[in-house]
Design a protein around this ligand. Structure first.
Ligand SMILES: [Zn+2]
Length: 118
């Protein structure tokens, strides 16, 4: 599969994720999708990211801001159902709040982040 084909699958799955969020009463605004190598380097240097191999560099990751009852939240427990839903949409999908798909907050937690690791 080409990168472009993966990006198109990722994009339709993001659309499904957005609909699911609103159905659950979670409104969204976008953070980053595409990220340049220069921006990624700044994030690694400042500790906001741990890798220069981010799927944002390939347009295969999105960060969201979440609003419940009009209030901004990044609470792991509030967002976890969306992470679980995301991982049902494609076998390569991962949620940054649960990198290891084990329901445990281990490692670097990135609740806003949804990616296709393909
Ligand atoms: Zn991200």
């Amino acid at each position: 599969m080409t990168l472009s084909q993966k990006q198109r699958i990722f994009t339709i799955n993001v659309a499904k994720l957005i609909v699911e969020a609103y159905n659950r009463g979670i409104e969204l605004t976008f953070g980053e999708v595409f990220r340049t190598t220069e921006q990624q380097l700044l994030y690694v240097q400042s500790g906001k990211s741990k890798t220069m191999n981010s799927n944002h560099l390939r347009r295969l990751a999105v960060d969201f801001n979440f609003f419940i009852n009009g209030k901004l939240t990044y609470d792991w427990n509030d967002i976890k159902p969306l992470g679980e839903y995301w991982e049902t949409l494609h076998p390569a999908n991962r949620w940054g709040g649960d990198w290891n798909k084990n329901d445990i907050k281990d490692g670097f937690i990135d609740t806003p982040h949804f990616e296709m690791n393909a």
